[in-house]
Design a protein around this ligand. Sequence first.
Ligand SMILES: Nc1ncnc2c1ncn2[C@@H]1O[C@H](COP(=O)(O)OP(=O)(O)OP(=O)(O)O)[C@@H](O)[C@H]1O
Ligand SMILES: [Mg+2]
Length: 259
Amino acid sequence: MHATTTDLMIDARQIHKSFGHLEVLKGVDLQVKPSEVVAIIGSSGSGKSTLLRCLNHLETIHSGSIAIEGDYLVRQDENRQSRYAPDKDIKRICAKIGMVFQQFNLFPHMTVLQNIIEAPITVKKQNKNDIIPLAQNLLNKVGLAEKQDCYPSQLSGGQKQRVAIARALAMQPDIMLFDEPTSALDPELTGEVLKTMQKLAEDKMTMVVVTHEMGFAREVADTVLFMDSGVVLERNHARDFFANPEHKRTQAFLSAMLK
Ligand SMILES: Nc1ncnc2c1ncn2[C@@H]1O[C@H](COP(=O)(O)OP(=O)(O)OP(=O)(O)O)[C@@H](O)[C@H]1O
Ligand SMILES: [Mg+2]
């Protein structure tokens, strides 16, 4: 195990990632402190999803390093080659991270409750009788206690997304990543999902949220990052970010978003 000396929840440095000849991340740094909520904004194709996917090893990086709670998922050796940790360490490290996607990805043939208890039972080998009360507790938290026996097809988009959040939380992660969790929802359903995320932030969950919801970024996030063409162009405290965007491109993006 290669521990770093910091108390950062996420310490990603100089991440480079290409798809074929297309360099999508061009030296991205991301540091996240315990209980910090970081919002990532930026135009389509700027690399936001790819960055999140690198953090929990859904994508591999070409160079740079990523440490989660001080454990290196991937580090640079003395020749500046990126070396991933052994598979069993990768598994352990990635188990600290939960992720919620734009498209919910619930299992359609399982009830809400079954969706939530599936991974704790199969991946973590938890006892069904232990996990069911936790799952019910989480459903209660996301306001869906009465839906535990429904199938995903019987839920609204906002309800499905709240189940997806409960499902990720059932694995008891230390960090939650959200990739545009409200983008697939009708506007009247985004509020309930954002409220659930806000509660999670109030409960001190460490969160990285890719979002187009500027209100959420301003009010709930501590820090906002603006990505542009594979780089972090600007990073600031949320309030200062919106009050005084520095770069022309950030200003242009914000004025288009806030129109
Ligand atoms: N699996 C892949 N294979 C090839 N190219 C990819 C792949 N995934 C992403 N890309 C490309 O990488 C670039 C960044 O994509 P990414 O999905 O990270 O952007 P994004 O900022 O999340 O955009 P959006 O706001 O539209 O979700 C895009 O040009 C995209 O086409
Ligand atoms: Mg994306």
